[in-house]
Ligand binder design. Structure first.
Ligand SMILES: [Fe+2]
Ligand SMILES: [Fe+2]
Length: 271
């Protein structure tokens, strides 16, 4: 019997090895895409209960952000640490995108919701592989350094509320990625690390769509429940996100992703 999409999501979430997780993620995404294109039998979305925390490899060691050593970005070690941090974020993003599919599989939504998050999960899997490849080319690997322990917190904090999940994960955290990635690309450009530059440019280009999917489905649910999107966004971020948003913002890419300035400026420290 073939798996439902929700079961596929749980399979990815319960796979611990990072390369195995991304390979399975990409395979399930291709299966879903083929079914949606009419090239393979229909796949039911189904319902499934995802684990509270996804399976992860034994390494990297996960530390409180305070205890993760900082390294200067101008050094080779600093650049490896930066790639390692991005790899960790990408692996977490793979799990986040499959988690939203399984976690909220009981909520009736257009199939386009699944298409978007399956595509995002597939791209995150590619992003992790790109970062892991860059690390290996530099003589390191994912797991060689400690990583942030708090990454899954946003998922736990928003496990009961799909609108909060969309507000905090794609519309706050992934939007933050749009703000900081150009600076990171500059670090590798200055070091003439062309593989890392190309990989980060791919990530940067594809992340805009993930933020846009968040905005799209957040607005969809606001429309369904006759809610004011900006008011609800502010209330949910204040309730579920720990800390203020920090400028400078990438206003151009945020606009492209459907996040207007009056969504984020009132959530900064000075506001
Ligand atoms: Fe990504
Ligand atoms: Fe993403």
């Amino acid at each position: 019997m073939s798996l439902t999409l929700a079961q596929m999501a749980v399979e990815v979430l319960t796979t611990a090895d990072a390369r195995a997780k991304t390979a399975l993620s990409r395979r399930h995404a291709a299966t879903w895409r083929a079914a949606r294109a009419g090239d393979a039998p229909t796949i039911e979305v189904g319902t499934a209960t995802p684990p509270m925390r996804p399976a992860r490899p034994d390494a990297p060691e996960l530390l409180h952000p305070r205890d993760v050593p900082r390294r200067k970005p101008g050094t080779p070690e600093g650049r490896i640490a930066l790639l390692h941090a991005v790899a960790h974020i990408e692996l977490n993003a793979v799990d986040l995108h499959w988690d939203i599919i399984a976690r909220f599989s009981g909520t009736r939504l257009p199939l386009g919701f699944c298409d978007d998050w399956v595509k995002a999960a597939d791209e995150e899997s590619k992003h992790f592989n790109l970062m892991a490849d860059c690390l290996e080319a530099a003589g390191s690997h994912y797991g060689a350094l400690p990583a942030h322990a708090g990454m899954w917190r946003a998922a736990e904090d928003t496990a009961e509320d799909m609108m909060a999940r969309l507000a905090v994960v794609p519309m706050v955290l992934e939007a933050r990625g749009l703000d900081v990635t150009p600076g990171m690309i500059e670090v590798f450009r200055r070091a003439k690390a062309s593989d890392a530059v190309t990989a980060l440019e791919t990530i940067y280009a594809e992340e805009v769509a993930h933020v846009a999917y968040g905005s799209k489905w957040f607005h969809f649910l606001c429309g369904r429940h006759d809610l004011d999107p900006k008011e609800v966004f502010h209330a949910l971020v204040r309730k579920h996100f720990h800390g203020n948003l920090r400028p400078p913002f990438n206003e151009e890419k945020r606009a492209e992703a459907g996040i207007p300035p009056d969504f984020y400026w009132p959530l900064t420290e000075d506001a």
